[in-house]
Design a protein around this ligand. Sequence first.
Ligand SMILES: NC(=O)c1ccc[n+]([C@@H]2O[C@H](COP(=O)([O-])OP(=O)(O)OC[C@H]3O[C@@H](n4cnc5c(N)ncnc54)[C@H](O)[C@@H]3O)[C@@H](O)[C@H]2O)c1
Ligand SMILES: O=C(O)C[C@H](O)C(=O)O
Length: 372
Amino acid sequence: MQPGSEASRRIARINSHLHPPVSQLEETSLLRRADCRSKGGASGFKVAILGAAGGIGQPLALLMKMNPLVSVLHLYDVVNAPGVTADISHMNTGAVVRGFLGQPQLEDALAGMDLVIIPAGVPRKPGMTRDDLFNINAGIVKTLCEGIVKCCPKAIVNLISNPVNSTVPIAAEVFKKAGTYDSKRLLGVTMLDVVRANTFVAEVLGIDPRDVNVPVVGGHAGVTILPLLSQVSPPCSFTPEEISYLTDRIQNGGTEVVEAKAGAGSATLSMAFAAAKFADACLRGLRGDAGVVECSFVASQVTELPFFASKVRLGRFGVEEVLPLGPLNEFERAGLEKAKKELSSYCQWRCLSLPGFLEHATSGKDYSGIMA
Ligand SMILES: NC(=O)c1ccc[n+]([C@@H]2O[C@H](COP(=O)([O-])OP(=O)(O)OC[C@H]3O[C@@H](n4cnc5c(N)ncnc54)[C@H](O)[C@@H]3O)[C@@H](O)[C@H]2O)c1
Ligand SMILES: O=C(O)C[C@H](O)C(=O)O
């Protein structure tokens, strides 16, 4: 480019506008982004994050923008999506980032997505259980899933919003009602339990946490979180005291963070790390990689319960196989009974088939009055 030429004057004028927010930049620049030659996003997967401006959503957006398997990243929230999008979009990695704000833009955010990750919803405060979030989060999840039904019914859905033990059955019910349900494509994210288990076990053993893999089965709340310490890789053994300490710490890892944050929310950074790891596994499965196995809360026949977390093999269509629990020791068999009892006591599960329950339960009102 010749110094002093019209082109160089244009670029200088554009640079002088680089300070205003992105929306103003679009209006004032001579070269609008829409006119740029590179459109990006040539190959790879299209991923949407719903709740992208939240405590989990923001670091998760950052991590997904760094994932080379992602070519298009849609960031949707009911607040602050433009700001997060402008910020993340300046990272010089491959994915093209677009932001979407509020319900009127939900359908555009979802159109054509391969993977939808949902961390939208309210987090716990000290003294609350995850189940206390149901009345608000079930309604949010229902609305978002209705968008998925319309715009990307074949997408893989990674559901993070709590209580996962209930939001996954709610999402399944929304998809069933619309006739788009495919149990292989709906995955509750329990990866943080595995991430925590790997970290705590590595601490006890004095080894690198990246070398540890602990299967964690059941669900995602209290005693429903069941680490299978007899199946740790690499093979190892624990004293009864170590087993008791590890089981308790893994089951209460979420509460440990909620209490440490003292009212400022629940796990966000470790959750974003776990969600990004899990999403990457789903994308590798979609790509056709062999042997991608992670734990997830899915429709299952591993126990008599309709949904259960266990190891699943991920493939081109989502969950290709729900793997059996494997041999359990006596402590784990007792833990499994407790987990199943707790999981089956979730009233939402018992009531899902009642006429009108889905609408009532997701209206934000107390649903206990219509329980059988
Ligand atoms: N599965 C897990 O292991 C796990 C771990 C940690 C947190 N969580 C859960 O994830 C959820 C989010 O946690 P957080 O810390 O990010 O909360 P947060 O409040 O920081 O962020 C939630 C975001 O969701 C957005 N939101 C609310 N309603 C929405 C809607 N209708 N559509 C789109 N976005 C909407 C909010 O604007 C906010 O930006 C909570 O329910 C929390 O309990 C799950
Ligand atoms: O504990 C919470 O409420 C958030 C999350 O489920 C967690 O395990 O950290």
